[in-house]
Design a protein around this ligand. Sequence first.
Ligand code: AMP
Ligand code: ZN
Ligand code: FE
Ligand code: FE
Length: 282
Amino acid sequence: MGQTAGMRIDLHTHSAVSDGTDAPAVLVEHAAEAGLDAIALTDHDTFDGVPEAQGAGARVGVVVLGGMEFSTRWDNHSVHLLAYGPRVDDPALSAELTRVREGRDGRVPAMIAKLADLGYPLTSDDVSAQAHGVSVGRPHLADAMVARGYVRDRDEAFARFLDDAGPAFVDRYATPLLEAVGLVKRAGGVAVVAHPWGRGARGVLGERVIVQLAEAGLDGLEVDHPDHDAAAREQLRGLAHRHGLLVTGGSDHHGTGKKHNPLGAGLTDPLVFEEILRRIAG
Ligand code: AMP
Ligand code: ZN
Ligand code: FE
Ligand code: FE
């Protein structure tokens, strides 16, 4: 105990293995420059970047917790679940993540077709040129649109075309949330709901749902996230305390891909970090 006192810990970051813009090692170098002592690498639906990030962490003196941000579904709404420290070779978890990534790949042609109908043609090579790992997402379509000069940046691509309500949106498979919590727990990981009230999702995860999730083994809520205002944080903190859940924080850094998420824009209390490490070890 106490060896983490004063540490600056950001438990939500993305590399170019998913839709961040920095290679895992570069992300970790930036974390060191930003004065962080520990980060979790939480690429969407893959652990692929973890070994490189941990290698860089050992060189530059940043603790790198291996993790992933799991695409899940609750009541037809998208919910992101942060998974810290599960066994990456767990057969059930690996098989499910493969299924989720196949859903990511499978919807790309349909989104390309919608964009073509809207007058913004892209090829699948345009998209592949932007995706540097196994987890392809809308941000890579956005980057392909930027490269063609159709939009200025990812924000404009989402606002005009790619948002959930946008004209080029195509849904994809995501794991039912309770099943995802179970998969992470059975693989020895710690499960934390990412930005539970981010992007207008407040109506989706209310107290009754949080209670069900806690009963299913959920470990915590990501409270200190740039998408949450002060009032949301206070209410989420209260919810977490009432139901025995850990309170975490993270920036959701995506390199230059998201403007409001610099490294360290959300931090986790060192004592909570120690508890997460204990649960992973136990
Ligand atoms: P997908 O993984 O294909 O469902 O795309 C969703 C991802 O796109 C989210 O996890 C964010 O990382 C990113 N995203 C969502 N909205 C925006 C936005 N307005 N600007 C940039 N990135 C975004
Ligand atoms: Zn992302
Ligand atoms: Fe997310
Ligand atoms: Fe994220």
